[in-house]
Write a protein that binds this ligand. Structure first.
Ligand code: 13P
Length: 287
């Protein structure tokens, strides 16, 4: 059964660890992440961007696939199916199609408009028991073709959005999606501490989990981050393992071209990456 992210994140905040959100793209990704969560007795959040949702033939298809796997694979750890960086319309559609958690990313609107739209999403989500993530201060980097510069959120604006009753809050603290450039100056812990001071028990979300040095991730968790999003890192490890298989000519040996064989090394690579992150975030054994 899918669950909202509320309980797992409340526990994570209290226990000073974080739950990983791993973005999914297809069946292999989903199966790899779910099995790893189960093997490590860890709660998990499956992230679906609007682009990935379209790619997988709609939110209804994704919900069907995930629910089917929970049943067939015997997954008993808490699993939330979460819309990542949703538009207002996208969040409504994902809820209609059975997602248990949605992000409404109104960070590109004025704070007033972000507040109005977030309120409406919270109202509808509340009726369905769906958790809501909001965002203040656009998170930079490239995601689904949208490029932002890595803003730092205003702690007072964070408090305004937190007070609306969101489940978790993403705040830009110099983090960006994708691989970090060589001249990246790191996370802004001063601002993170201020945000946590103003928002209290609100679980904070760290986007752009790929490539942040381990010590910085740990420090962010100690300062109130309870959810870390990872996407690119699984893509990179999948691609590297697949490349190795092809370059070794394995697809040309026997039935090595069978997609179930061809995609197996990438599948195992995703599992290894997810396990490593769960260990780093401290969510192992916390299901
Ligand atoms: P990365 O792709 O940098 O890991 O970021 C993932 C993310 O924040 C999804 O919202």
């Amino acid at each position: 059964m899918l669950v909202s992210a509320k309980e797992m994140l409340t526990k994570a905040k209290a226990g000073k660890y974080a739950v990983g959100q791993f973005n999914i793209n297809n069946l292999e990704w989903t199966k790899a992440i779910l099995l790893t969560a189960q093997e490590n007795n860890s709660p998990v959040i499956l992230g679906v961007s609007e682009g990935a949702g379209k790619y997988m033939c709609g939110y209804n298809t994704v919900t069907g696939m995930v629910k089917g796997m929970l049943d067939t694979l015997g997954i008993t750890v808490p699993v939330a199916l979460h819309l990542d960086h949703g538009s207002y319309e996208g969040a409504l559609k994902a809820m209609e199609d059975g997602f248990s958690s949605v992000m409404f990313d109104g960070s590109h609107y004025s704070i007033e408009e972000n507040i109005e739209k977030t309120k409406e999403i919270i109202r509808i989500a509340g009726e369905k028991g769906v958790s809501v993530e909001a965002e203040v201060g656009a998170i930079g980097g490239e995601e689904d073709g949208v490029i932002g510069g890595g803003e730092v959120a205003d702690p007072d604006e964070c408090k305004m959005i937190a007070d609306l009753g969101v489940t978790m809050l993403a705040a830009g603290i110099g983090n960006i999606h994708g691989v970090y450039p060589a001249n990246w100056t790191g996370l802004n812990f001063e601002v993170l501490a201020k945000i946590q001071e103003k928002t209290g028990v609100m679980p904070l979300v760290l986007h752009g989990g790929t490539g942040i040095p381990e010590e910085m991730v740990k420090k962010a968790i100690s300062l109130g981050v309870s959810k870390v999003n990872v996407n690119t890192e699984c893509q990179l490890s999948f691609a590297a393992a697949t490349r190795q298989y092809i370059e070794a000519g394995k697809d040309q040996q026997g039935k090595g071209f069978d997609p179930r064989k061809l995609l197996a090394p990438g599948f195992e690579a995703i599992k290894a990456t997810v396990k490593e992150k769960m260990e780093l975030f401290g969510s192992v054994g916390k299901a």
